[in-house]
Design a protein around this ligand. Structure first.
Ligand SMILES: C[S@@+](CC[C@H](N)C(=O)[O-])C[C@H]1O[C@@H](n2cnc3c(N)ncnc32)[C@H](O)[C@@H]1O
Length: 208
């Protein structure tokens, strides 16, 4: 079952590859080559692979799913880039203190069973001065804006319907409000935090 869902997600999100390439370019523009980068919960690893194509970064991806670690490693190898995809829990990262210059967590935070521990772990593994970016759905996103977003994903009619239903029945239920994020972020030790609304989601920038 987990494998089937992982493969469905890999194929569906693969249709928005340009979005991952755009995000990778945006991050690369702010990040000196040679920087250490972590993606928390990379799934198929599209962002890591796109970033690796742009320069000599040292990139790690940490995902709880063995299937996704396998898929992401294979896709990076096919693209001819190296990313260190590892299996592990965002709330108990098998990674050292003060290791990363930058970390990203996209479309995954709302799935974490222990979200506060995940924020504390993000803070622990960032270098002092390192920056983190969480991009995730916001609970008050309207169904109209979600429908528009899904319509722009380039999916066929059935996948489009399933994706809209997934947003309505699962994703919005587990998404957080701004106030909930503020409450959780206050329990981690970041020097500064900024929460911005962006489309159907939030972009949360954190500096250690
Ligand atoms: C919807 S996918 C997002 C993948 C990718 N970030 C993207 O933007 O396409 C959510 C991912 O979160 C991972 N995940 C869920 N709980 C996790 C946890 N506690 N620690 C690490 N990864 C987790 C899942 O295995 C899955 O790969």
């Amino acid at each position: 079952m987990e494998g089937m869902v992982a493969k469905w997600y890999t194929t569906n999100t693969g249709k928005s590859l340009s979005e991952f390439a755009r995000l990778a370019r945006r991050i690369a523009n702010q990040l000196p080559r040679g920087s250490t980068v972590l993606e928390v919960a990379p799934g198929p690893g599209y962002f890591c692979t796109e970033l690796a194509k742009l320069g000599a970064y040292s990139i790690t991806g940490l995902d709880i799913s063995h299937t996704f670690v396998e898929i992401a490693s294979k896709k990076a190898a096919e693209a001819g880039v190296h990313v260190d995809f590892r299996q592990g829990n965002a709330s108990r990262m098998p990674l050292g203190n003060d290791t990363f210059d930058f970390l990203l967590c996209r479309a995954a935070f709302k799935n974490f069973g222990q979200p506060v521990a995940a924020l504390q772990e993000m803070c622990r593994v960032l270098k002092p001065g390192g920056r983190g970016l969480i991009i995730d759905l916001r609970k008050d996103a309207s169904m109209e804006s979600i429908n528009r977003e899904v319509d722009g994903m380039g999916l066929g009619p059935i996948n489009k319907m399933v994706t809209k239903l997934t947003f309505r029945t699962m994703l919005l239920k587990s998404a957080y409000t701004k106030a909930q994020f503020q409450y959780m972020l206050a329990q981690a030790n970041f020097r500064s935090v900024e929460i911005q609304e962006a489309g159907i989601g939030f972009e949360i920038s954190m500096t250690k």
